[in-house]
Design a protein around this ligand. Structure first.
Ligand SMILES: [Zn+2]
Length: 67
């Protein structure tokens, strides 16, 4: 089975700034977003400077494919 070529250039995954400073590197803002790892989908609050993960929780997998 073939899938159509994506038309957008970037993955439109919302990355939400969180008004919380990083306890490790003192960056002003951390970011809440979804990711997937070997355990499945997670929502994380993560520092994008030092990659410290402040919070993570499993979430239901979002729907895949075209809306
Ligand atoms: Zn940090």
């Amino acid at each position: 089975m073939e899938f159509p070529q994506p038309t957008e250039l970037t993955i439109d995954e919302p990355i939400n700034p969180v008004d919380q400073s990083c306890p490790r590197c003192s960056a002003d803002t951390m970011y809440r977003y979804r990711l997937v790892d070997y355990r499945g989908w997670l929502e994380v609050v993560k520092c994008r400077s030092c990659l410290h993960v402040e919070d993570r929780r499993p979430i239901v997998a979002p729907p895949q494919g075209t809306p």
